[in-house]
Design a protein around this ligand. Structure first.
Ligand code: FES
Length: 140
């Protein structure tokens, strides 16, 4: 079978879908390969991600990846979310087909972009190298 049961579950019943009116940070990235877009909203309190929502104009794998990624960062400190890799998300999904791996990068990128937005809005200093990929994706 092409997709794991976990992928199918998160695709059919995605967690944390929607927008957030009182978000503390929003991150959006586009995928250069397919043109799909991912937007992540974060509610942050004391460096903890209290709530997270996502919207995507993306494929099923992007939906499943974002659903899983939001579950993995909810209730966690920002530092944990910054360390979340698309590899960890893919593993949690029991794998994605090779040609769909780039879809999971979208979720990772949008989370990083949202955290960058939070740092920028609140005047928190950070190492710009942390967000190299985010800027890179915007550049395309
Ligand atoms: Fe575009 Fe999957 S094909 S995100």
């Amino acid at each position: 079978m092409l997709y794991s049961e976990v992928v199918m579950d998160h695709f059919m019943n995605p967690r944390n879908v929607g927008t957030m009116d009182d978000a503390d940070a929003v991150g959006e990235v586009g995928n250069a390969k397919c043109g799909d877009i991912m937007r992540i909203y974060l509610k942050i309190n004391n460096d903890i991600i209290e709530d997270v929502k996502f919207e995507t104009f993306g494929c099923g794998s992007a939906i499943a990846s974002s659903s899983m990624a939001t579950e993995m960062i909810k209730g966690k400190p920002l530092s944990d979310a910054l360390n979340l890799t698309n590899k960890a998300v893919t593993e949690a999904l029991d794998g994605l087909p090779a040609h769909k791996i780039h879809c999971s990068v979208l979720a990772e990128g949008a989370i990083k972009a949202a955290i960058k937005d939070y740092y920028d809005k609140n005047g928190i200093e950070y190492d710009k190298n942390m967000f190299k990929e985010v800027d890179h994706e915007h550049a395309h």
